[in-house]
Design a protein around this ligand. Structure first.
Ligand code: GDP
Ligand code: ZN
Length: 306
């Protein structure tokens, strides 16, 4: 019996990197059941598995419990999900102030989804070579919101080769999911810090396949300085995450801590009297941009349930 991590999946076979450092091709034997999830794929990239057999006939016979995973629901509402990747150490969001613009609401949606999936977030501001002094002031005020939430934040320019060491330090020895709008520089950044690596993100996300249930599989790439990046073609964010309106504020860490102090236990933090969240905003303890993102998500959610 061998133990290893699934680093690539095609749907019919899996590539496993064993703890001894070999890379082997495996099939799946038997059925695996996971608590509370009906998924279309039994084994996902990132899974730690037990493998039996010999050269040419390896089978995955067991999967260790996942510390976290990200899923995409099937579009046909069949309640089955496709597990995209598991056991992630962090979700790294690459953002840019311009070319393209990344709006705070997009960042906050990402943070909320990552909270829901139990994955720590880090934020990389790329293309800082394009910024004027005013842009830099604005970027720093955005960044401080996330730094206060204790998310690691770094600043890079793939073009001017700024921040490469910070990016290496961020990714070293971790399994990282990379996300961000198309064109923010994900592929360029990764290629700068590891010349052997070329990501597929760029080419695929530009073909607008996001809404479709395409059978695309994630892949893990080993970084030469240690760690892995998970490349998920066609997935720029996490997609839709089901969060009930009543639970939404709980996924904003700075709101979460005030929730017990709202006058009404079912406060939605909109216009209720005695709302501790609104008071915290007035005191400047919760950023306006974050509350705006909350409102955006709240109202969108309201539409979904109507
Ligand atoms: P991806 O879609 O996120 O993978 O983005 P790409 O890596 O394909 O980059 C999109 C474009 O932005 C390319 O033309 C890159 O050369 C350019 N680019 C990437 N990083 C930087 C940067 O730091 N500064 C500038 N000025 N351009 C960049
Ligand atoms: Zn409240």
């Amino acid at each position: 019996m061998k133990r290893g991590r699934v680093i690539k999946s095609t749907g019919s076979w899996y590539e496993v990197k064993t703890t001894e450092g070999e890379q082997i091709q495996c099939r799946v034997r038997g059925k695996f059941r996971h608590k509370g999830i009906r998924s279309t794929n039994p084994v996902a990239v990132g899974d730690w598995v037990a493998v039996k057999g010999d050269e040419g006939a390896y089978s995955i016979v067991d999967i260790e419990e996942r510390k976290n995973y990200i899923v995409r629901r099937s579009v046909n509402l069949s309640k089955t999900s496709h597990i995209i990747a598991s056991n992630l150490d962090q979700a790294v969001l690459i953002v840019t102030m311009k070319e393209p613009v990344t709006f705070p609401t997009f960042i906050d949606r990402f943070c909320v989804a990552a909270e829901a999936f139990h994955i720590p977030v880090a934020i990389v501001f790329n293309k800082i070579d394009l910024l004027t002094d005013d842009d830099i002031d604005l970027m720093e005020s955005f960044a401080s919101v996330y730094e206060e939430l204790e998310y690691p934040v770094i600043f890079t320019s793939a073009e001017a080769e700024i921040g490469s060491d910070d990016l290496k330090d961020l990714l070293r020895d971790k399994v990282s999911l990379l996300s961000g709008h198309s064109g923010v520089g994900k592929s360029t950044l990764i290629n700068k810090i590891d010349r052997n690596l070329t990501l597929r993100t760029g080419e695929i996300s530009s073909s607008h396949q996001t809404g479709q249930h395409t059978t695309t599989f994630a892949e893990m790439f080993e970084l030469e300085f240690g760690g892995y990046v998970v490349d998920t073609p066609g997935i720029r964010g996490f997609g839709i995450v089901d969060i009930e309106r009543e639970e939404l504020a709980g996924y904003f860490p700075e709101m979460r801590k005030h929730l017990p102090d709202c006058k009404f236990y079912n406060c939605l933090h909109i216009s209720e009297p005695g709302c501790a969240v609104k008071k915290a905003i007035e005191r400047g303890e919760i950023a306006e941009t974050r509350y705006n993102s909350y409102l955006n998500m709240y109202h969108e959610n309201e539409e979904q349930y109507r």
